[in-house]
Ligand binder design. Structure first.
Ligand code: ADP
Ligand code: MG
Length: 394
């Protein structure tokens, strides 16, 4: 069986549709700082409204502890959704508008309960009065939660347009990708990304390693890394991947130069050094690597722009500090030059791209689901997709 899409639900005119979206946007003092996820859910909502369905939108926001908490109210999200749709959007249980956003699903502990019976009872409540369920919160499909999994069992269900689009792109990264295929990995934790390396290694031509994880790779090769991020317990795993890459003929490219600083701070003193000489500056063994160097950034950019398929997850440096954003900037720019499919995955990577001023349309795809897209690329089973008929890669 393949993914059940919207057209499998038949005519929707006059029917009551519950939609699970991922409207978990960042908020600061009640103000939405990045509405990317609300925008990403518009195509499905518009399609349902155009089909004359009445729509109830479900989502979580943040991590309230299973009880109402004003700080995590979806009210500002409902307001923003109304602006983007250009129509009235109701809010809360009492609303009888054609489209209504319900309050945060996680105000009820059953949403994320480990107990299937509790989740099921919540799903039945959420389904009350509805005819069909549309699942479109791609960012949560790796979770077995009431509104993601059980609700899809309780009502006739199908995937929305966002999930279908995300899956389409991710499948192109795992099944017959156009070559050369380059994967760029960075970010803070090696252990988060090893599963992806494991699954993608046999499929890629080149793997570029930057970000905080590069230091575990350098250390695995016997180089000193000062006080840079280092996951000692991953050294053996990293050595094994380096050896396997060689056997498979996959090129793993490590930085030749890095930017080191005397502190983890925006205004830290910093210097560019060869990657195997990190402790050979005035900072000595106190040096902290915070970005890839310009020579590396250039080499990465060349490899990226010469590829036909590129997947990038994890910033190349601590881009939140302008002094250490150059590597991430250069890599992002190179992705916009790819003649083929370029995909950005990961919450911080997507935020970096937007913060550095790149328009979203300059990339082939920016995934809305960090954890979900990584788990997909690790070849894991995603319960929220399987319940919609999807069976995974062959
Ligand atoms: P994503 O959310 O895109 O998957 P991660 O969560 O893995 O990315 O990592 C993002 C974080 O990694 C950023 O906050 C960035 O500051 C941090 N980072 C990148 N390079 C380094 C480094 N050299 N040292 C410490 N942190 C780093
Ligand atoms: Mg992150």
């Amino acid at each position: 069986m393949t993914l059940r899409t919207l057209d499998t639900l038949g005519a929707l005119s006059g029917r009551r549709v519950v939609v699970r979206c991922d409207l978990n946007v960042p908020l600061k003092d009640g103000v939405i700082t990045d509405d990317g996820r609300i925008r990403a859910s518009l195509p499905t909502l518009r399609r349902l409204l155009d089909a004359d369905a009445s729509v109830t939108v479900l989502s979580h926001l943040g991590r309230p502890e299973g009880k109402p908490d004003e700080r995590y109210s979806l009210r500002p999200v409902a307001v923003r959704l109304g602006e983007l749709l250009g129509r009235e959007v109701g809010f809360g249980e009492e609303s009888d508008a054609t489209i209504t956003v319900r309050e945060n699903l996680r105000f009820d502990p059953r949403e994320t309960s480990k107990d299937a019976g509790e989740r099921r009872s919540y799903a039945e409540e959420l389904a009350a009065g509805a005819d069909v369920f549309v699942s479109d919160g791609f960012g949560v499909v790796h979770r077995k939660q009431a509104s993601v999994y059980e609700l899809a069992e309780v009502l006739p269900s199908a995937a929305g347009l966002l999930i279908a689009a995300e899956l389409d792109v991710l499948e192109r990264l795992t099944t017959n990708p156009a070559k050369p295929y380059t994967v760029v990995l960075g970010g803070s934790k090696v252990s988060d990304k090893l599963g992806v390396i494991d699954h993608l290694l046999p499929r890629v031509d080149t793997l570029l390693i930057g970000g905080g994880m590069l230091f575990t790779f350098l250390a695995a090769q016997g180089h000193p890394v000062g006080r840079s991020l280092l996951e000692r317990d991953q050294l053996d795993a990293v050595r094994e991947y380096l050896a396997r890459a060689e056997t498979l003929g996959v090129r793993i490219v490590l930085p030749t130069d890095v930017v080191v600083a005397d502190a983890f701070a925006a205004d830290a003193h910093h210097e560019t050094v060869p990657a195997d000489r990190i402790e050979d500056t005035a900072f000595g063994a106190e040096a902290i690597g915070l970005d890839i160097g310009p020579e590396t950034a250039e080499a990465f950019a060349e490899a990226i722009s010469a590829s036909r398929t590129v997947f990038w997850n994890g910033p190349m440096g601590v881009f939140e500090f302008p002094a250490f954003a150059a590597g991430t900037q250069r890599v992002a720019e190179a992705l916009t030059e790819v003649d083929g499919l370029s995909v950005v995955g990961g919450g911080d990577s997507a935020a970096a791209v937007r913060a550095l001023g790149f328009g979203e349309d300059r990339f082939g795809h920016i995934s809305t689901g960090g954890g979900a897209s990584l788990e997909f690329l690790e070849g894991k089973h995603l319960p929220g997709l399987e319940v919609l008929g999807w069976e995974g890669e062959s």
